[in-house]
Ligand binder design. Structure first.
Ligand code: SAM
Length: 279
């Protein structure tokens, strides 16, 4: 059967290269090229961008990105078994796909990328969350990326976009929303993947802001929110007690009642509290 890019259908690619999915690498592949093109479109206009793709696997999303017109794709894949399949994709799009065989948590990608850069990935849950935190907490802002379009378990996606006073609200929402705009752009049922995972998935599109939404020292904000949400059901005067002997006065100065709980506090108020510590 013909495909949008003239390359063989992904089922054939997987069979030809014997890419039996490995659970320990979180391999749940997307085989529908219409769907991977749709995910690629969520990343915006790619024609003037380098795209960093983490975990291309057999290349379904990579092909979507290239077919949708990405200027260049840099793909980092840990599983060397996927390389021959990715070489076929590179041959179909001369000069537009570079593949690095390595662990995305270790490879230095910056020297391989020309700005502007957009990041697109369908990653295993644990690696995805760790990379997201790293991408959100660089030493300098703005970061190397313009946007992140990432597949997560639905529950993690909900944590990223959560608002105060909801079950999913926590440190992840605060870290993302402090310096970026996040929205869920697509929901996918387990059957969209091969093999099907146990949970539903969602694609989150995150765009960086030029400046943080509210001024604060990132390290202080990170520490305060970690402590506050570690004991999310406790009153802040007790969960943050170890921060300072006069924590109640500091909370009040930031407009927070010491009896309030972390999940009730807006980003703006957490930033006000953080500023009190760096003043
Ligand atoms: N992008 C492909 C797709 O959508 O069909 C594959 C997605 S699969 C969920 C995750 C991919 O990430 C696998 O190909 C896996 O080998 C790769 N992977 C897992 N851990 C990785 C890591 N630390 N660095 C780079 N790639 C990794």
């Amino acid at each position: 059967m013909a495909t949008i890019d003239g390359l063989p259908p992904l089922r054939e690619v997987i069979r030809a290269h014997d890419l039996v999915a490995k659970k320990q690498l979180g391999q749940n592949f997307l085989l529908d090229l219409n769907l991977t093109a749709k995910i690629a479109r969520q990343a915006g206009d790619l024609s003037a961008c380098d795209v960093l793709e983490v975990g291309p696997g057999p290349g379904g999303l990579t092909r979507g990105l290239l077919a949708e017109g990405a200027r260049r794709v840099l793909a980092v894949e840990k599983d060397a078994r996927c390389l021959p399949a990715l070489e076929e994709v590179a041959a179909a799009y001369p000069g537009r796909l570079e593949v690095i065989n390595g662990d995305a948590l270790e490879v230095d990608v910056l020297s391989h990328l020309t700005p502007p850069v957009r990041v697109v990935a369908n990653l295993p849950y644990n690696v995805g969350t760790e990379l997201l935190i790293r991408w959100l907490t660089p030493e300098v802002w703005p970061p190397f990326w313009e946007s992140l379009t990432l597949m997560f378990q639905k529950e993690v996606a909900e944590r990223i976009v959560a608002r105060p006073r909801t079950d999913h609200y926590g440190r992840l929402a605060l870290l993302v929303q402090w310096r970026a705009e996040a929205k869920i752009v697509l929901h996918l049922p387990p059957e969209a993947f091969t093999p099907a995972p146990k949970v539903h998935s969602s694609v989150v599109h995150i765009t960086r802001l030029a400046e943080p939404r509210f001024p604060a020292d990132g390290a202080v904000l990170s520490r305060i929110t970690a402590m506050a949400f570690n004991q999310r059901r406790k009153m802040l005067r007790s969960s943050l007690k170890a921060l300072a002997p006069d924590i109640e006065a500091r909370l009040e100065a930031a407009g927070i009642a010491p009896t309030q709980r972390a999940e009730e506090i807006s980003l703006e108020k957490f930033c006000a509290l953080a500023r009190g510590f760096s003043a």
